[in-house]
Design a protein around this ligand. Structure first.
Ligand SMILES: NC(=O)c1ccc[n+]([C@@H]2O[C@H](COP(=O)([O-])OP(=O)(O)OC[C@H]3O[C@@H](n4cnc5c(N)ncnc54)[C@H](O)[C@@H]3O)[C@@H](O)[C@H]2O)c1
Length: 252
């Protein structure tokens, strides 16, 4: 029970990393608030966690909207009494070079990943500070924020920004005992991961996987375990870091 008595907000909690991490956090004793633009998905994951004996709430929330992000954080605080952990995980993929990326797509990718992490943190931090008990914020970068990934310019730039945002927040809020870290996963088999490789032939898929020294894509549970480490007291001296969980891709 590494998160006994903690309250965790998980954005993008209706699918993929968000869903798997919510289930793991609940299993470790946390009360979880699932926030997702897809309210039905968040609702259904929350119901299933409660049915299994966990504590969960949900909110339909667009992390790019200040009003929506603020209302969601308030709802978590009202329902559970405090906010200890924020997993800024909501995200969308998008493709194109600087020449072919439409302005709207560029802006939306930056809004969901960067503005979303900024807004949810902006509204959660005052509760963490006021509690006097510290806290842990985990942002989601990607290998795309560390190395050049072909035809994913806006996504890569946004994921690079997440690493800088993480470091800056870590420095600002360390005096309050609030730690801020990020994870940088490689391709992982969530719904988004499946969309990233759909259309690949078996040969292209094998080639893509062979770029990973472990010769496979990640499993959502492997990312969730890393997020749990950063959320829990076992990482009490870790802040401002980027934990790369990529089967060795960026080590080559
Ligand atoms: N799957 C991968 O291979 C991979 C690798 C590296 C990083 N990531 C990152 O991990 C995070 C989670 O990805 P995933 O693979 O679980 O994707 P996913 O598509 O399975 O889930 C993303 C969730 O975010 C929600 N969402 C999208 N826009 C939102 C918004 N504006 N407000 C609130 N919720 C919103 C979606 O509804 C969805 O439930 C993303 O930030 C993604 O960029 C994924």
């Amino acid at each position: 029970m590494q998160l006994q008595g903690k309250v965790a907000i998980i954005t993008g909690g209706g699918s993929g990393f968000g869903e798997v991490t919510a289930r793991l956090f609940a299993h470790e004793g946390a009360s979880v608030m699932l926030a997702d633009i897809n309210g039905n998905a968040a609702h259904s994951v929350a119901n299933s966690i409660v049915a299994e004996g966990g504590q969960a709430g949900w909110a339909q929330c667009d992390v790019t909207s200040p009003a929506s992000a603020e209302a969601m954080v308030q709802a978590a605080h009202s329902q559970f009494g405090h906010v200890d952990i924020l997993f800024n995980n909501a995200g969308i993929e998008g493709f194109g070079t600087v020449v072919t990326t439409e302005e709207n797509l560029w802006d939306r990718i930056f809004a969901v990943h960067v503005r979303g992490a900024y807004l949810c943190s902006k509204y959660a931090l005052p509760f963490m500070i006021a509690s006097g008990n510290g806290g842990s914020i985990i942002n989601v970068s990607s290998v795309a924020g560390l190395v050049g990934i072909r035809n994913m310019t806006a996504y890569s730039a946004a994921k690079g920004a997440i690493i800088s945002l993480t470091r800056s927040m870590a420095v600002d809020f360390a005096p309050h005992g609030i730690r801020v870290n990020c994870v940088a996963p490689g391709t992982t088999m969530t719904p988004m991961g499946h969309r990233l490789v759909e259309g690949d032939t078996q040969e292209q898929l094998a080639m893509r996987m062979s770029r990973y020294p472990l010769n496979r894509f990640g499993r959502p549970e492997e990312i969730a375990n890393s997020v749990l480490f950063l959320a829990a007291d076992s990482s009490s001296y870790v802040t401002g870091s980027c934990l790369v969980v990529d089967g060795g891709l960026t080590a080559v």
